[in-house]
Design a protein around this ligand. Structure first.
Ligand code: FEO
Length: 170
């Protein structure tokens, strides 16, 4: 059984994951409108992955006999100057999510809640990957600048990204 404090903290994290999903869906829609179809695809996959993150926490709450409370999802922006600005915001946001996960780890440690700590390890590892991916894309789009050919190449590469369900949800 997880404590009420931990349940509340996980409910907030589920909300943050769903907000992340909504943010990336909005970026996908804006990229689509700007005819960056590959970027739109990359963010669409990201929107699916963020819903998986929420689902992993939801499953954990359910299996520990805790009720998930869905909180309101705040509004997200709907327009960015270009893909570089989208990826810069993605990196900044993922760093904030990492800090939220770290905060959950601290809470679980303080509470001696080893089951939650074990589940959180998946998210600690995932956040390393999330930040690395966003960081690489900020670098790629910074280097591309306004070079149309390089931007097209990058867009095409991002169009190849495919969604795959994480093992933990299979
Ligand atoms: Fe759910 Fe992008 O972290």
């Amino acid at each position: 059984m997880i404590t009420k404090t931990m349940q509340n903290a996980i409910n907030k994290q589920i909300n943050a994951e769903l907000w992340s999903a909504y943010l990336y869906l909005s970026m996908s829609m804006d990229a689509e409108a700007k005819t960056f179809k590959g970027v739109a695809n990359w963010f669409f996959v990201q929107w699916l992955e963020e819903q998986d993150h929420a689902r992993i926490f939801q499953n954990y709450m359910n299996s520990s006999g805790s009720k998930v409370i869905l909180l309101p999802i705040d509004e997200v922006e709907s327009e960015w100057k270009n893909p570089l600005e989208m990826f810069k915001q993605t990196l900044k946001h993922e760093k904030e999510i990492t800090e939220m996960i770290n905060e959950l780890v601290r809470l679980a440690m303080n509470e001696g809640d080893f089951a939650t700590l074990s589940r959180l390890q998946w998210f600690v590892d995932e956040q390393v990957e999330e930040e690395e991916n966003a960081n690489d894309l900020v670098d790629d789009f910074s280097r591309a600048g306004n070079d149309f050919g390089t931007l097209l190449e990058l867009d095409s590469k991002l169009g190849e990204r495919e969604y795959s369900k994480p093992e933990i949800l299979k």
